[in-house]
Design a protein around this ligand. Structure first.
Ligand SMILES: Nc1nc2c(ncn2[C@@H]2O[C@H](COP(=O)(O)OP(=O)(O)OP(=O)(O)O)[C@@H](O)[C@H]2O)c(=O)[nH]1
Length: 487
């Protein structure tokens, strides 16, 4: 994360009910009574958004400023290396979100404890670690229910956040475009709305107890319920608005994409686990100045660049959001339209970090997301990146399972020419084969054949340029008058 462009979505939280009406939240039921949702669970205005987004509010489901954290995970058996890798990744995520990782604990147990995620003995150990390290936040390697969150927090005495919150937090910090911000906010609200349901249920049970009737009923709808209802309604209204906005933005993007499609420009998407080197590779392949950061999820907004084959044929290369194991489904959902660009591509370059301890795990996590967004059937080229830093044994192992993979280093340039030619060979062939003699005064047509077609042979004759090529239908029609009659 680069502090220059990030904002912390957890600073300066206002209360949901403090928000002025123009925040887009309908304030039609402001009778909140004396029960207040904990202020950690409120909507609030985000400082530092651009003026056009000034009225955007965002969820705060934890007043969290990740600073000094202790990680805790559950290891259900199997290879301990998996548990360590998962915790190492959580550490990287927490650091990307701006925190300092002090300690990590893993508990061996088959399933997370339904009440506190980890068992009671481990809770005690966690408490001791928290006290000795002076941590202010516990990050759990999993997704917690609202009650697990609250129970664990009560027991350890400091804030508890889960993996999903950390990822949502990083996305919130990295979203730059209007669309990216709206997508992240939608995901956050989705996450919050599920937690509100949890809190609501437990509150109504409490209220039922106090009213003396286990089954609830008259008198059980305390002021807390009213407040939750209000919050829910506001959140629903806000989510509906975000969905409408996103639908509008999607139309604009679809139009652009349709334009490229009409002009038969092949589309290549670069996908891969976060930090695999997608942006670096895009830079190498196109010479574009895309932000490269040693941080997770530096790329959130898709970047589309123009690239050319050695023959001059134009195609687009698009960077995509980094994938991660257990990418919160709220994010996959709200980023679906962005991710669908991958499903619509002619080719996916799947970048995997060859220097990572578990590249196979990354490959399968990315493929799971690709399948989920309907891109499972798109032709894939695996690029094993960071060859300069990778263990040759690991690369050899990868190549045994992925025999067509291309080994590259975006840093040194190794393998880039090979990758470029593999991409060129895999681009879809334009549909119509033509054999034309184009007079020299129409040199621009020959140039177009180079740009959008695939030249099979070219000769300069006295009457003009003789070209045999495969071209899109529209260009074939334009070239029709110059067709060479073949017997
Ligand atoms: N050693 C080595 N490092 C590389 C190579 N390619 C990229 N990196 C480094 O890996 C880090 C991540 O690179 P990016 O290109 O930002 O990765 P990304 O996949 O776009 O990352 P996200 O946007 O987070 O998904 C940066 O520190 C790069 O300098 C490579 O070939 N060799």
């Amino acid at each position: 994360m680069s502090p220059g462009h990030a904002y912390n979505p957890y600073e300066d939280a206002d209360r949901l009910d403090d928000l002025p009406e123009h925040d887009g939240l309908v304030d039609d039921d402001a009778t909140t009574g004396d029960f207040d949702l904990d202020d950690r669970h409120s909507l609030r205005r985000v400082a530092g958004l651009s003026t056009e987004l000034e009225d955007i509010t965002e969820v705060e489901y934890r007043r969290l400023r990740l600073e000094r954290v202790v990680l805790v995970g559950v290891w259900p058996g199997g290879s301990f290396v998996d548990a360590e890798n998962s915790l190492a990744e959580l550490a990287a995520l927490a650091e990307t979100a701006g925190s300092q990782v002090l300690e990590g604990l893993v508990q061996r147990r088959l399933k997370p404890d339904p009440a506190t995620f980890i068992g009671s003995g481990k809770v005690q150990e966690l408490r001791d670690v928290v006290l000795t390290t002076g941590a202010d936040t516990v990050v759990v390697d999993g997704e917690l229910s609202a009650s697990q969150l609250r129970n664990l927090e009560d027991k350890v005495g400091i804030k508890v956040v889960d993996r999903t919150m950390v990822i949502l937090d990083i996305f919130a910090q990295h979203a730059k475009s209007r669309e990216g911000k709206a997508q992240v906010e939608l995901a956050q609200l989705e996450y919050l709305s599920q937690r509100l349901r949890g809190w609501g249920a437990s509150l109504s049970r409490q209220a039922g107890g106090r009213a003396g009737g286990a089954g609830g009923g008259v008198g059980t709808r305390g002021p807390g319920e009213t407040k939750l209802e209000t919050d829910r309604r506001r959140i629903r209204t806000r989510m509906a608005k975000l969905r409408r906005d996103l639908a509008g933005m999607r139309t604009a993007r679809d139009t652009k994409r349709a334009g490229r499609r009409r002009n038969a420009v092949p589309a290549v998407s670069i996908a891969g686990y976060t930090n695999a080197g997608k942006s670096s590779l895009l830079n190498r392949l196109t010479g574009a100045g895309v932000l490269v950061e040693d941080a997770l999820f530096a790329t959130l907004d898709p970047t589309v660049r123009r690239a050319q084959t050695s023959e001059g044929r134009v195609y687009t290369l698009a960077d995509t959001v980094g994938f991660v194991r257990h990418l919160p489904h709220e994010l996959v959902e709200s980023f679906r339209s962005t991710l669908e660009e991958v499903a619509d591509a002619d080719l996916v370059v799947h970048v995997v970090d060859g220097s990572h301890p578990d590249p196979e795990g990354q490959l399968s996590a990315v493929r799971a997301v690709l399948a989920d967004i309907g891109a499972g059937g798109v032709r894939e080229i695996v690029a094993v990146n960071k060859a300069d830093a990778a263990d040759p044994l690991v690369v050899a192992r990868l190549l045994r399972n992925e025999p067509h993979a291309v080994v590259v280093s975006a840093r040194t340039g190794e393998g880039i020419d090979k990758l470029r030619s593999v991409i060129e060979n895999e681009l879809p062939q334009p549909p119509v084969e033509v054999d034309v003699l184009v007079p020299y005064q129409h040199g621009e047509l020959v140039a177009r054949v180079h740009t959008v077609g695939e030249v099979l042979s070219i000769e300069h004759e006295a009457a003009g340029t003789r070209v045999r090529a495969r071209v899109p239908e529209r260009l074939a029609a334009v070239l029709e008058p110059y067709a060479v009659a073949t017997q």
